[in-house]
Design a protein around this ligand. Structure first.
Ligand code: BES
Ligand code: MN
Ligand code: ZN
Length: 513
């Protein structure tokens, strides 16, 4: 399982020039400091590195390091500084009008340079000034969060380590700040979301022979330890509810389908819940409309929406969010088989609407149709947000930077957009309209499950909208962002855990207290 660094907040006085190396302690050590424009150091940093300043300046000149944001100087610590390595992170804005430093990214950047270092101290003076209390506490906590997210590794199934940098190094990170107590207080509410992201990443990275619907449900059940109530619907329960759309997808698999309902009641009263719904296709072969072999292994990640919902519920419960929240996931395996669903089949969804199956590979919308309906009908939520690795078409439209956002509600869309900007998990709104809706009318049933070649993500969203009544609803197509997206300062994992921080932030900024 991933090794998360042991992070503690200390005062500047606790970091002595006689670092671990000078004390002869075992394991490689590193000191991380920040530099602004033209190698400007903060007062505390200056105090500590003063005796070795000329050597550092010389190294900086040689490396043409001037303190620009995004750049770093990584050197053998000069003689006299009791650390093995000195890492100077640049924080000077590139241009006067450029964005302020993102401290989570900065923490990730730092962690990325620390492989092999067992003991690390960070002098947290990122502006080149002495820290000034509460305002810096949040930044330090963000830095710690970014470091933890960057440190994530999934090597459960490796029996041999490639090289030293691949080995689990138990990094202990002491972050020196002006007010350690304030930093600790700011860090507390970030720990739950960080663990939630790691949990979501684990679920996405797990292989499909291990993580099939029943096992996925077992993993979700573990949230009970945090006070989440978890209900699992088996095939019999779903048959009785009339979930013919979801069950049709799973009928070709020897692994039974499941729906899991997670409930977190953190609000003071019986407040209407907010609801999150996830696509959990544990493996998507395409079914009878089978996919080509190339990259089919990636379809183990077709449950990234469900993984996000589980990670989010973990985050909300762990930080005791003052909100009532429902997380609901539809778990199936889409396989070709004698018992599998055929193109041409007509199924009846829980809503009563019938669906003609044109392509068995357009299965996510079938799963979501029944889960969305169930949640709306049973819990009457304030809003529903669903997440799904729904269409390849969303990657054609948006690449892997933004998730597609489709919604019947401007306020919810705006809030998601803001939460996206704050967390870096960005969403881009796409259209919905009657003209697209008629592309999924069917000759034989109420609708068909594909709308043709054009606007594939939009017709998929139109399909979902037919299962949403008056409830404010947003659909996030995360096919491009949930897995295999380019690695970043804070994510090097194939399964990104995308959406956990976005939705945690959505709740925190708009629906608590
Ligand atoms: N799970 C796929 C979408 C997907 C593709 C996610 C690649 C991530 C990477 C989904 O079930 C699917 O197969 N969609 C089809 C829909 C089509 C048959 C209408 C697609 O996008 O091709
Ligand atoms: Mn599919
Ligand atoms: Zn799929």
């Amino acid at each position: 399982m991933p090794v998360s660094p042991a992070i503690e907040f200390v005062s500047f006085a606790d970091v002595a020039a006689t670092g671990p190396a000078a004390r002869g302690e075992e394991g490689a050590s590193a000191l991380v400091v920040f530099a602004g424009e033209n190698l400007a150091f903060g007062a505390q940093t200056q105090r500590l590195i003063a005796p070795t300043a000329p050597a550092i300046e010389r190294a900086a000149r040689a490396a043409k390091f001037k303190g620009k944001a995004g750049s770093a100087l990584d050197i053998l610590a000069p003689h006299g500084l009791g650390w093995d390595r000195l890492i100077v992170l640049g924080v000077a804005p590139k241009k006067d009008d450029s964005d302020p430093v993102d401290f989570a990214n900065l923490g990730g950047q730092a962690m990325g340079k620390l492989s092999g270092a067992a003991r690390v101290a960070v002098l947290f003076e990122p502006q080149g000034t002495a820290g000034n209390g509460a305002a810096d506490a949040g930044a330090a906590a963000d830095f710690a969060l970014g470091a933890a997210l960057r440190a994530y590794k999934f090597d459960l199934y490796r029996t041999k380590k490639k090289d030293d940098s691949d080995k689990d190094t138990a990094v202990s990170l002491a972050i020196a700040v002006a007010d350690p107590a304030a930093a600790r207080a700011a860090h507390g509410p970030r720990a739950g979301p960080a663990d939630g992201v790691a949990l979501a990443r684990n679920l996405v990275n797990e292989p499909p022979n291990v993580l099939y619907p029943e096992e996925f449900a077992n993993r979700a059940k573990e949230l009970e330890k945090l006070g989440v109530s978890v209900e699992i619907l088996d095939k019999k329960a779903m048959t009785d509810l009339g979930m013919g759309a979801l069950l049709g997808v799973g009928q070709g698999s020897i692994r039974e389908s499941r729906v899991v309902i997670m409930r977190w009641n953190g609000a003071a009263g019986p407040d209407q819940p907010v609801a999150f719904v996830g696509k959990g296709v544990c493996f998507d072969t395409g079914g009878i409309s089978i996919k080509p072999a190339a990259s089919m292994e990636d379809m183990k990640g077709d449950m990234a929406g469900a993984a996000c919902v589980v990670g989010l519920m973990h985050a909300l419960a762990a930080r005791k969010a003052k909100v009532n929240a429902i997380g609901a996931i539809g778990l199936v395996e889409n396989m070709p088989d004698g018992a599998a669903q055929r193109p041409g089949d007509i199924v009846r969804s829980m809503s009563g609407q019938t669906i003609e199956i044109i392509n068995t590979d357009a299965e996510g919308r079938l799963v979501l149709a029944d889960v969305l309906w169930y949640v709306q009908d049973k819990y009457k939520p304030k809003f529903m947000v669903d997440l799904a690795t729904l269409t390849g078409a969303i990657m054609v439209a948006l690449g892997q930077e933004y998730a597609g956002l489709f919604s019947n509600n401007d306020e919810l869309s705006e809030r998601l957009k803001k939460a996206g900007e704050a967390t870096g998990e960005k969403v881009w709104r796409m259209p919905l309209s009657a003209a697209y809706d008629k592309m999924i009318d069917s000759k034989f049933a109420d609708m068909k499950n594909t709308g043709g070649r054009y606007g594939g993500s939009i017709t998929a969203a139109q399909f979902l909208q037919r299962y949403v009544e008056k409830t404010p609803w947003a659909h996030l197509d995360i096919a491009g962002t949930g897995m295999g997206s380019p690695s970043s300062d804070i994510n090097q994992s194939w399964g990104s855990g995308w959406g956990v921080r976005l939705l945690d932030r959505l709740v925190k900024d708009n629906y608590e207290g």
